[in-house]
Design a protein around this ligand. Structure first.
Ligand code: SF4
Length: 266
């Protein structure tokens, strides 16, 4: 938090998370009511207050709004956006959708690009359900130990795992995958965050937390308030912070919501 970061958003997700912001058992239809024919640019799309707040990054109806770019073009754009010079840490966050679907095959090409060699910190923002292929796992291990940087200059790899609780509308057995998250921890710094609104969500987070710990997960665990828009977020951020303190978990804010009102590009 607080470090200049570029977000690379890949298209596609294995979930829909239509339960966010809805009464338990109900699914949001808000994104379904957005008519793709009315919009020619991603940035023009309306924000939603229920369901997945990144709906346009996986719903096939909006695929045409996502550009298909070569590794060259992506590397150029990332370097153009980062504020070189004043910062030692510059950070690429690869998110989605779910960035660890078939895209795993493309990252090697991007990270090996000559323009990307100065970038030393990468985070995958994932839902924690996708196994890493053997090839990608080996590649990431090599990337973190980049010999060109010397012993003190290791590249930093993080898995930010937003595991989905029943409030998302996804099934527990599909969404809570301790074995997979444990395997991320073997190759990069890994933490879990649970998005919660109600006491029932907090109970689910504690139950999931136990399952991850039982599988050997050692990383930090955060609670984060539901709320892609400020009117929802401000209703429960303090309560979630208090729950986190009570249960010995960390609290994660949604800094982009109060600062930028969650506008596209933040
Ligand atoms: S896993 Fe993330 S991107 Fe996918 S539907 Fe859920 S909230 Fe949206």
């Amino acid at each position: 938090m607080g470090v200049p970061s570029v977000f690379l958003r890949t298209f596609g997700c294995n979930f829909k998370c239509a339960g966010f912001g809805m009464p338990r058992g109900e699914l949001s239809k808000e994104a379904e009511s957005v008519d793709p024919n009315k919009y020619s640019r991603y940035e023009e799309l309306p924000l939603v207050s229920t369901g997945c707040d990144s709906y346009a990054s996986w719903d096939p109806r909006f695929k045409d709004l996502s550009p298909v770019l070569t590794s060259d073009a992506i590397a150029e754009r990332i370097m153009e956006i980062l504020p070189h010079g004043k910062w030692k840490e510059e950070h690429l966050v690869i998110t989605g959708g779910e960035p660890l679907l078939g895209w795993q095959r493309s990252y090697e090409d991007l990270l090996n690009h000559p323009r990307m060699q100065k970038l030393k910190e990468i985070t995958f923002e994932t839902n924690g359900t996708q196994e890493l292929s053997k090839e990608f796992r080996h590649y990431l291990l090599d990337w973190t130990l980049n010999p060109k940087l010397g012993r003190r200059g290791r590249n930093a790899l993080t898995f930010s795992v937003s595991a989905k609780l029943p409030a998302s509308g996804e099934r527990w057995e599909d969404a809570i995958r301790p074995d997979i998250v444990r395997s991320y921890e073997e190759i990069g710094h890994t933490y879990l965050k649970f998005v919660v609104a109600t006491e029932e969500d907090v109970r689910d987070a504690l139950k999931a937390h136990e399952q991850y710990r039982a599988a050997g997960f050692k990383g930090d665990v955060y609670l984060m308030p539901v709320g892609g828009v400020e009117s929802v977020y401000s209703l429960n951020n303090k309560a979630v912070a208090l729950h986190a303190m009570k249960h010995g978990l960390r609290y994660s804010d949604r800094l982009q919501v109060p600062l930028f009102k969650n506008e596209w590009g933040t």
